[in-house]
Write a protein that binds this ligand. Structure first.
Ligand code: C5P
Length: 232
C-alpha cells in the first residue's frame, strides 16, 4: 500500500493558506483542511483548493446524532473531497449513518473515524473522560467499531497503528497525526513520533502540521517528511 504525507493546513486565513500552497509550485501536496478554515470561509475554500489540484482531507470530525451526521455528510459529499472523518465516540450507528450518506451520494471519499485525539493522554482519558481502560485498548475497541460501521480506517497515533492493523487488517487505513522531526518541539501533542518511526510502526498516511507549516523552509520540510516516510 502506498504511504503518503498529508500536510495539516491549520491556517485561519485563506491568504496565508494560498501563500503557503504557492510555495510548492507544481507539486500538489495532499492537504488537510480543518475547522478553522472551513468555519471561517465555508465550502468555497474547499472548491478552490480542489480546483488547484490538491487532494483534500476535510477534517471536521463530525460527532452528533446519526440523523444530523447523515444529512451533514450528504452535504460534504457534494464537495468531492478525498477524505472525511467522524468521531468514533459518536457510536457505531452514527458512523454507519456517515458511511450510508457517502454511499447514497456515490462519493469515493475515504471515511475515517477518530479514535482518541493525539493530544489526549491516558490520564486525561481515565480521570476526566471517565474511560476506564488503557489507551491501546480504547483505540483498538474504537477502531473495531469503526470497521464494523463501514469506515475505511481510523485516525490514531502512530504508536497504535500496528495493533490497529493487526486487529482490523492490512487494508484498514491508519492515518496518524502527532508527527515531529527528531529535532522539533512537541507543542501541545503528547504522543509523538518521527515520520521514519511512523513508517516502521505501520502508518498508512502521516498528517504533519507545524513541523512543515511553521518551518523556515516548508518545502524542504515536506520533502524531508516524504523522504523519511514514503521511501522504502
Ligand atoms: O501541528 P500538528 O502536526 O500537531 O497538527 C496535527 C493535526 O492533526 C492538527 O490539525 C490536529 O487537529 C490533527 N489531529 C490530531 N490528532 C487527532 C486527529 C487530528 O492531532 N487524533
Amino acid at each position: 500500500m502506498k504511504r503518503e504525507v498529508i500536510i495539516a493546513c491549520d491556517f485561519d486565513d485563506p491568504v496565508k493558506l494560498f501563500d503557503f500552497l504557492d510555495l510548492f509550485r507544481d507539486k500538489k501536496p495532499f492537504v488537510k483542511i480543518g475547522m478553522e478554515l472551513f468555519y471561517g470561509n465555508g465550502p468555497s475554500i474547499v472548491r478552490e483548493i480542489k480546483r488547484r489540484g490538491h487532494k483534500i482531507f476535510l477534517d471536521l470530525k463530525l460527532h452528533d446524532i446519526p440523523n444530523t451526521v447523515h444529512k451533514s455528510m450528504c452535504k460534504l459529499a457534494e464537495l468531492n473531497v478525498d477524505m472525511v472523518n467522524v468521531h468514533a465516540a459518536g457510536s457505531v450507528a452514527m458512523m454507519e449513518a456517515a458511511a450510508r450518506a457517502l454511499k447514497e451520494k456515490n462519493s469515493n471519499a475515504v471515511l475515517l473515524a477518530v479514535t482518541q485525539l493525539t493530544s489526549t493522554t491516558e490520564e486525561v482519558m481515565n480521570k476526566e473522560l471517565w474511560i476506564d481502560h488503557k489507551m491501546e485498548e480504547t483505540v483498538l475497541h474504537y477502531a473495531m467499531n469503526a470497521k464494523k460501521a463501514g469506515c475505511q480506517g481510523v485516525v490514531c497515533s502512530p504508536l497504535e497503528a500496528g495493533i490497529v492493523k493487526e486487529a482490523c487488517g492490512e487494508d484498514f487505513l491508519t492515518v496518524t497525526p502527532g508527527i515531529r522531526f527528531a529535532d522539533d518541539d512537541k507543542g501541545d501533542q503528547k504522543r509523538v513520533t518521527t515520520p521514519a518511526k511512523a513508517k516502521e510502526l505501520g502508518s498508512s498516511y502521516i498528517v504533519v502540521g507545524r513541523s512543515i507549516t511553521a518551518s523556515a523552509d516548508p518545502v524542504a520540510a515536506y520533502e524531508r517528511a516524504c523522504q523519511e516516510f514514503e521511501e522504502d
